[in-house]
Design a protein around this ligand. Structure first.
Ligand SMILES: Cc1cc2nc3c(=O)[nH]c(=O)nc-3n(C[C@H](O)[C@H](O)[C@H](O)COP(=O)(O)OP(=O)(O)OC[C@H]3O[C@@H](n4cnc5c(N)ncnc54)[C@H](O)[C@@H]3O)c2cc1C
Ligand code: FES
Length: 336
């Protein structure tokens, strides 16, 4: 049997199944309630039961005191509904609402997706989850004080492991380590989430422009949007040097088959005679297809030179400045 839950003050409503936690049901319905560990240990998901009855579930006493319980507070990652409910909690509306954490993590798995692209899956300690908006990134905090940024490629609803796509920078301090030394079970430290590159609420059609591993945050955004059945018009232009560098072509291809509101346009720098798709620079493929961008949003990610050219040329086609969102993969040599 399911129950109706109303979130105050937003008035948003979702339904929760028997035995399902309030947090999990809210996230599945597309409402971003705050959370940390999703395990009854940190208190980040605490909110008030204004009306109705809940089972508080199993949690650590330090995360919810008796005094808080007596005031009607509950941990939404553990609580289940026994009736229809009204709850009070501030929904996460922007990156600033999400706490930035420094956490140890373990390399769970690595897989070479192309000659110069390594996927890494990171596992957090048992009592930790990283809340983030799709499109955000984390920093690795290296032992020598330097930090290196990488975008999260998994969507937030699939956060058992954090997925990164790391491009090999020849001679690069960190990425040489990733390709030549790093192995499963290595322990690292990360800080995040960071950044304001995330999908805005809008009805406008969105154009995603990815260069190389700039696909990673866009994969997170699109997977999240499809999970929540967002029916905006989406098109992804993914530019890569050559066909092998288009390191994960199957997934956008499958999305295109399953979702009528999505199309995928791969663009190769170096074409071969048997390539029947688009060639040249990725943002120029967008320019060839759209004479007027005044009614669109653009999300661009990849090398700084591509992002700058896209901003300049798309604005010349009428794209409002506030409708251009980007993460430029600047590098951080020597930066602490
Ligand atoms: C917000 C953000 C998100 C990012 N997300 C990703 C991601 O998801 N995947 C990914 O592969 N990269 C991503 N990057 C880029 C990535 O952080 C750098 O490529 C990485 O830090 C290089 O580290 P390194 O220690 O190996 O190289 P360094 O030792 O820092 O650099 C060595 C030399 O290589 C050159 N160099 C380094 N990085 C680049 C680069 N990106 N492009 C061109 N030349 C470079 C520079 O000349 C530099 O002096 C992101 C960057 C930012 C700012
Ligand atoms: S998310 Fe940590 S206690 Fe609920």
């Amino acid at each position: 049997m399911s129950h109706q839950v109303t979130i105050q003050p937003s008035g948003h409503q979702f339904s929760v199944d028997e035995g399902e936690t309030l947090l999990s049901a809210a996230l599945n319905a597309g409402f971003a309630l705050p959370y940390g560990c999703r395990n009854g240990a940190c208190g980040a998901c605490k909110g008030k039961i204004l009306d109705g009855a809940v089972d508080l579930g199993n949690y650590q006493a330090s995360a919810l005191t008796d005094e808080e319980k007596s005031r009607g507070l509950a941990l939404f990652c553990c609580a289940t509904a026994k009736s229809d409910l009204a709850i009070e909690v501030k929904e996460v509306g922007a990156a600033r609402d999400i706490p930035v954490k420094t956490l140890p993590c373990r390399v769970e798995r690595m897989e070479k997706l192309a000659a110069d692209v390594m996927a890494i899956w990171l596992k957090l300690p048992a009592n930790e989850r990283l809340q983030f908006l799709p499109g955000q990134y984390i920093d690795f905090l290296l032992k020598d004080g330097r930090r290196r940024s990488f975008s999260l490629a998994n969507p937030p609803e699939d956060d058992g492991l954090l997925e990164l796509h790391v491009r090999h920078v020849p001679g690069g301090h960190f990425t040489e380590h990733v390709f030549n030394v790093m192995k499963a079970k290595d322990i690292l430290r990360i800080k995040g989430p960071n950044g304001s590159f995330f999908l805005r609420d809008s009805d406008k059609p969105a154009i995603f422009v990815a260069g190389g591993t700039g696909y990673a945050p866009i994969k997170s955004m699109l997977a999240h949007a499809f999970h929540h059945a967002v029916d905006r018009q989406f098109v992804l232009y993914w530019g890569a040097r050559d066909l092998p560098s288009l390191y994960q072509p199957d997934l956008p291809g499958q999305w295109q088959q399953r979702h009528a509101n999505f199309s995928f346009i791969p663009v190769l720098d170096q074409t071969t005679p048997d390539w029947r798709g688009r060639g040249g620079r990725v943002h120029e493929a967008v320019l060839a297809d759209f004479k007027d961008l005044s009614g669109h949003e653009v999300y661009a990610c990849g090398a700084p030179v591509m992002v700058q050219a896209a901003r300049r040329d798309f604005m010349a086609r009428g794209l409002p400045e506030e409708a251009f969102f980007s993460d430029a993969f600047d590098y951080q040599s020597g930066m602490a």
